[in-house]
Ligand binder design. Structure first.
Ligand SMILES: Nc1ncnc2c1ncn2[C@@H]1O[C@H](COP(=O)(O)OP(=O)(O)OP(=O)(O)O)[C@@H](O)[C@H]1O
Ligand SMILES: [Mg+2]
Length: 288
């Protein structure tokens, strides 16, 4: 197998003293950990490479729309005090500027970096990884000690985490934003600053920490809406994500809804609508 080499980074990220580290490579975006303006400002750099198989004009339009959409939503949410990373900078033209001329214009030129969005780096781990570790721990626990006091404690911990998730989603909807892709990979659990040991460093076999603050990321599919229907679909997507990825935590999804209900005045009617959305989902899956 030949090793994949990501496209060269756009300026100014090709000149940082320590080169950015590629931490995630999805179909639509590459994520780097880097610094921005000062060597101590940690940043997440999201690059949307251009897609060679897409018509260049359409490609540019789609990429530009998603980068701008994400930046606009993050900007608005930070202003409203919702827990999301702050925008540090962006370039929605990316390498499109150079693609029609020759690539001698310097920087990451021809076929290079794509459009990018730099945002505040969020410490911690995605909830998906945190819950997977927790589920493994609980499974082992059940095998060795059976149910009991320890299990009660673990249930309390996971319920508290899920309630926080509901509160976070509520604060988002309250601000008039729909996420569009609510999964546990798009939620980061940021450890409290007074320093819960990073779960990665925690002693093997120890009960994993579920403490911290929920920070929502990945607003490439977000939109502005205050409709119950859109809010309900957002919640439904999250519910399905728990169903497919976190069988042991799924049973406590009611905590997400409880946190959500308490978070803003219109939550009750969005939750009512969720029942209809679920019903439609069930019908659809019966038809296949
Ligand atoms: N601000 C951030 N701080 C720390 N890590 C981040 C940050 N943003 C993204 N990440 C990490 O990078 C991963 C991918 O980011 P993101 O979810 O935004 O991309 P994506 O899923 O490819 O996006 P899209 O669905 O918009 O194409 C995340 O799951 C997370 O691990
Ligand atoms: Mg994502």
């Amino acid at each position: 197998m030949t090793e994949y080499t990501p496209p060269p980074l756009p300026p100014p990220f090709n000149t940082t003293t320590t080169p950015p580290t590629l931490i995630y490579q999805g179909a639509e975006a590459h994520l780097y950990k880097t610094t921005f303006l000062t060597p101590t400002t940690h940043a997440a750099l999201k690059i949307r490479p251009s897609k060679p198989y897409r018509h260049p004009i359409l490609d540019r339009r789609l990429t530009r729309a998603r980068i701008l959409q994400e930046a606009r939503c993050l900007h608005k949410l930070v202003k409203e005090g919702v827990s999301v990373p702050a925008v540090l900078g962006l370039d929605w033209e990316g390498d499109a500027r150079n693609s029609n001329s020759d690539s001698a214009s310097g920087g990451g030129g021809g076929g290079g970096g794509g459009s990018w969005l730099a945002m505040e780096w969020v410490e911690g781990e995605v909830v998906r990884a945190v819950l997977e570790r927790w589920e493994r721990y609980v499974k082992d626990l059940q095998r060795t000690t059976g149910e009991g006091v320890v299990m009660d404690k673990e249930e309390r911990k996971v319920r508290a985490l899920m309630k926080k998730i509901g509160t976070a989603v509520g604060s988002l909807h309250k601000a008039g934003v729909i996420h569009g892709d609510l999964t546990t990979s798009n939620l980061i659990l940021r450890p409290d600053s007074h320093g819960q040991a990073e779960s990665g460093d925690a002693a093997a076999g120890a009960s994993p920490s579920l403490e911290g603050e929920i920070v929502m990321i990945d607003f490439g599919l977000a939109s502005q809406s205050s409709q119950d229907e859109d809010r309900a679909v957002d919640l439904y997507v999250l519910e399905r994500a728990f169903g497919s990825s976190h069988p042991r935590a799924e049973g406590f999804f009611e905590e997400v809804l409880a946190g959500y209900r308490e978070s803003y005045k219109g939550a009750g009617s969005a939750l009512k609508r969720l029942e209809d959305v679920r019903m439609r989902g069930r019908k659809r899956s019966m038809i296949g």
